[in-house]
Design a protein around this ligand. Structure first.
Ligand code: CU
Length: 434
């Protein structure tokens, strides 16, 4: 902790207006529904919600019976006591973290509670929330512990935000950040533009939702999907479990992730247990070997479900330590945003069409693409929504399409499914229909 002697944490909370907590609507979580929170249908002017930080385990394909030790953030009630949160959630981490979806100029209160670690009671690390790429007026809310404060075990801190710039970002813990990010303390955050809710016609399509305040519907979309790219390196996770040091320059990850999962986990629904989906070999509900419980430790789907002709917005961020290149064979990609900036300014349009998208660590991209017509002659599949055509959004590096040498395709890949029968309207980002 870096508390100064004349400004206590209590003063800080008072200054942040923590007394208003609980008076406003709950946050709009894209996922984590299995933890008991529901999706409110209305965005309030002030959004208040809670996150808890702890450890847990995640099953990864190609390593049966030996889940990876992880750290993570889970969505919790912002008004629950520390004691009740510890009793309920300690040791039940998830990764990736809940996707945070806000509107421009909205006030946001996030209460972070540090529950401590079950597997490593000796490790007394604090945690923080860092919104990567944002202009933050006060370092107190930026989560860099060396220049502000962090949350010790058993304590709570309320962060305050009012994001003024729309776009796609990412967030993570900044305490021992190379370690905590690799261990799983990372997620997507994006800011929807004030233009949302207005109607624009562009390219002959009618839009009410947009990636940016573009003025004319240039960034309009019908469905949006936020996908966080990352890698898992077993050495780091095993060493953290076993109280050993790791030499980070030996970084050699075996799992390449979208929203914390490897293909084909990536195509399973949000929060679903793969056992229930008929694929017990792909458990995303993990047996917690320490607590003897089942955790939904990989809750966030990357499945992209579309109706023919719909325009999709892909919000991509990379919090791994390697550059990635993504391809979507059969569908051209229009890159309209980079690092939360619209690639157009007046008559200067630097957006581009590509079949290979490059994205480095700490970077984000906004990509639009149109779902093709349904074609009964294309290779297809069938799920609970009926027949679909499948397109693969995948890393172009074949070494990142494997799950630690297990047979079959794996790694950083997901499916774009274009359905014959109409899907319901999308209410939440990354919503899955089963
Ligand atoms: Cu942390």
């Amino acid at each position: 902790m870096h508390n100064s002697s004349n400004f206590s944490r209590r003063d800080f909370l008072k200054a942040m207006g923590a007394g208003a907590l609980g008076a406003a609507a709950a946050g709009w979580f894209a996922s984590g529904l299995g933890h008991g929170l529901s999706l409110p249908s209305v965005q309030a002017a002030t959004t208040t919600f809670g996150l808890a930080a702890t450890d847990g385990y995640a099953d990864v394909p190609g390593r049966p019976g030996n889940p990876l030790y992880i750290f993570g953030f889970i969505p919790v009630s912002p008004t629950a006591s520390v004691a009740s949160l510890i009793a309920t959630y300690k040791g039940h981490a998830q990764t990736s973290a809940p996707t945070l979806d806000f509107k421009q100029d909205e006030d946001i209160n996030i209460t972070l509670t540090n529950l401590g670690l079950v597997q490593r009671p000796d490790l007394t690390d604090s945690h923080t929330i860092h919104w990567h790429g944002f202009d933050i007026p006060s370092p107190l809310n930026d989560g860099v512990p060396e220049v502000s404060v962090a949350v010790p075990i058993g304590k709570q801190l309320t962060y305050f935000y009012r994001p003024h710039r729309e776009g796609t970002y990412m967030w993570h813990c900044h305490f021992e950040d190379v370690e905590h990010v690799q261990m799983g303390m990372q997620g997507m955050v994006f800011v929807r533009p004030l233009q949302d809710g207005t109607t624009r016609v562009f390219d002959g399509k009618t839009f009410t939702r947009f990636a940016y305040n573009d003025g004319d519907g240039f960034t309009g979309y019908h469905r949006q999907f936020a996908i966080l790219l990352d890698e898992f390196w077993s050495t780091f996770h095993d060493h953290d479990r076993d109280i050993q040091e790791t030499i980070m320059t030996d970084y050699d990850p075996e799992w390449f992730l979208m929203n914390g999962r490897c293909y084909p986990q990536t195509t399973l629904p949000n929060d679903a247990d793969a056992v229930a989906a008929g694929r017990p070999d792909l458990r995303i509900g993990t047996i917690n070997t320490t607590l003897g419980t089942t955790d939904f430790s990989l809750p966030n789907s990357s499945l992209i479900q579309l109706n023919p002709g719909e325009r999709a917005l892909l919000r991509l961020s990379n919090l791994g330590y390697q550059q990635d290149s993504l391809q979507l064979p059969g569908i051209p990609m229009h890159v309209i945003g980079q690092d939360a900036s619209l690639l157009r300014n007046g008559s200067s349009d630097t957006s581009y069409w590509t079949n290979t998208l490059y994205i480095g660590p700490g970077e984000s991209r906004d990509v639009l693409f149109d779902a093709p017509a349904f074609d009964a002659n294309r290779p297809s599949g069938t799920d609970g929504r009926g027949a679909y055509n499948v397109y693969f959004l995948k890393n172009r590096d074949w070494r990142k399409l494997s799950n630690n040498g297990a047979s079959g395709p794996g790694g950083m890949m997901t499916e774009v499914r274009v359905y014959q029968a109409p899907l319901p309207a999308q209410v939440a980002v990354n919503q899955t229909f089963i």
